[in-house]
Design a protein around this ligand. Structure first.
Ligand SMILES: N=CN[C@@H](CCC(=O)O)C(=O)O
Ligand SMILES: [Zn+2]
Length: 433
């Protein structure tokens, strides 16, 4: 019989389990309850977490298991669950730094899209790329996410906007998931923008999404979620509802880019369709926030996007006080958030939205896992969950947010294997494996 692989992480300054009293998303005061173990140990057996407790308890537990033990001395470090990034547009080709300069000169993000740039510019480069080129370019970003502590990432399509190119993007995500240690969770987002060829007839594009794209995505099992950019000048509330309901009929769970640039009632729609998550929410109304608070929909907040677009961020404090379950994400994409740093997002959540370091950590782990329907497997350090763990060079969890614009990640363990050691990616992944 194959010997078990055991990783014994011991003597951590803090093990931040983020374990909650229930299996539900964290809200209100509970968002700050991190289940910290001082002088803690974590024991991983093969690809699962087997134990989390004090150093003394760990010694007793170790007596009960046999296998090849790798010991990691975590003295002076903070141990957390692998970070979860629940909203990205990871799979794309090209970049848009020229638009960045235009925006610095005062041109609005949404106006660039209306003039045929923005998302449509990335659509052009993504259509021109082969699946292999998409995997290659996206792999570089995924490596960086991993080096910044992310062990699971959601990835949306939406830069293809034709049947074949949307499928190509989702197949690229599947390929990357197969070759890379980080887990990818796919979302179909054919409703990311109306392509130029449908400018005069957007309803026909909506029909293409509902009648052709969604059935094909579902039949190839290429995505778990369906997302829509519900925004003035992009997809109306009515069109968004039609698309999300069509997705539901094919087993794709709804997500919405809601109330990002202007208020449209996106948050209200998210609750109406039973969305797993509503994203952005910069312009969400009081009523929208109240409705989110009374629902199971997670509010995925994207402070790096507001920062990069030079806009006011979402009202995180109001949301938390009203009882909304909030999560955080990079929104990694070529236009509004070309970052691969969750630690930056976590810092920005404190500085720009006044979330506390404790709230931020829960929002970037367990609540982020809820936002992609994975909270039973990841997002906290609990026996039975995936062995996805990060060790930070920090004496306490507040340091993670306080020490901004540096990467404190020392070690990342993904599925029970060391993927990053002393900040360096091991067995560096490329598109060929
Ligand atoms: N707002 C819509 N979609 C992305 C941006 C995509 C892009 O600009 O390429 C977002 O979530 O920010
Ligand atoms: Zn997005």
């Amino acid at each position: 019989m194959k010997s078990k692989s055991i990783i014994y992480i011991k003597s951590a300054n803090q093990v931040v389990t983020v374990k909650g009293a229930s299996q539900l998303p964290k809200r209100g005061r509970d968002l700050s309850e991190l289940g910290i173990i001082e002088n803690g140990s974590v024991i991983l057996v093969d690809d699962r977490i087997a134990f989390a407790g004090t150093d003394d308890e760990a010694v007793n537990y170790l007596d009960t298991v046999t296998g090849n033990v790798t010991t990691i001395n975590a003295a002076g470090k903070v141990v957390t669950p692998g970070l979860v990034d629940p909203h990205t547009h990871l799979i794309f080709a090209g970049s848009r730094e020229k638009e960045f300069e235009m925006r610095l000169q005062g041109v609005k993000y949404i106006d660039i899209l209306k003039q045929g740039g923005g998302i449509l510019s990335s659509t052009k480069s993504t259509r021109e790329a082969t699946l292999e080129q998409l995997v290659e370019q996206s792999c570089v970003r995924l490596n960086r996410l991993l080096q910044h502590g992310v062990t699971t990432v959601e990835a949306k399509s939406g830069y293809g906007l034709t049947v074949e190119d949307e499928l190509k993007q989702l197949r690229a995500a599947r390929r990357l998931n197969e070759l890379h240690p980080v887990d990818l969770v796919s979302t179909f987002m054919g409703a990311h923008a109306v392509p130029a060829e449908y400018k005069e007839n957007p309803e026909a594009f909506v029909s293409l999404i509902t009648d052709e794209m969604i059935p094909l995505v579902a039949s190839e099992n290429l995505a778990e979620f369906c997302d829509v950019f519900c925004e003035e000048g992009v997809f109306t509330v009515k069109q968004s509802e039609r698309i999300l309901e069509a997705g539901k009929r094919y087993g794709l769970k709804p997500k919405i880019h809601a109330d990002e640039i202007v208020y449209t009632g996106g948050a209200e729609l998210a609750v109406k369709v039973g969305a797993v998550s509503a994203e952005h929410l910069l312009q969400a109304s009081d009523e929208g926030i109240r409705k989110l608070a009374g629902s199971q929909t997670i509010a995925v907040l994207l402070p790096a996007t507001a920062f990069f677009l030079m806009e006011q961020p979402a009202r995180a404090r109001t949301m938390i006080e009203e009882g909304v379950a909030v999560a955080l994400s990079t929104d990694c994409n070529p236009g509004s958030s070309p970052t691969q740093s969750m630690p930056f997002v976590m810092n920005a959540a404190c500085i720009t939205m006044r979330m506390t370091p404790a709230e931020v950590l829960a929002a970037a782990t367990i609540n982020a896992a809820h936002a992609i329907g994975r909270a039973d497997q990841i997002g906290s350090i609990e026996a039975g969950k995936k062995a996805d763990i990060v060790l930070f060079n920090a004496s306490n969890y507040q340091m993670l947010q306080y020490n901004f614009a540096v990467n404190l990640v020392d070690t990342v363990i993904k599925n029970g294997r060391i993927a990053v050691k002393e900040g360096v990616l091991l067995g560096k992944k490329t598109a060929s494996g």
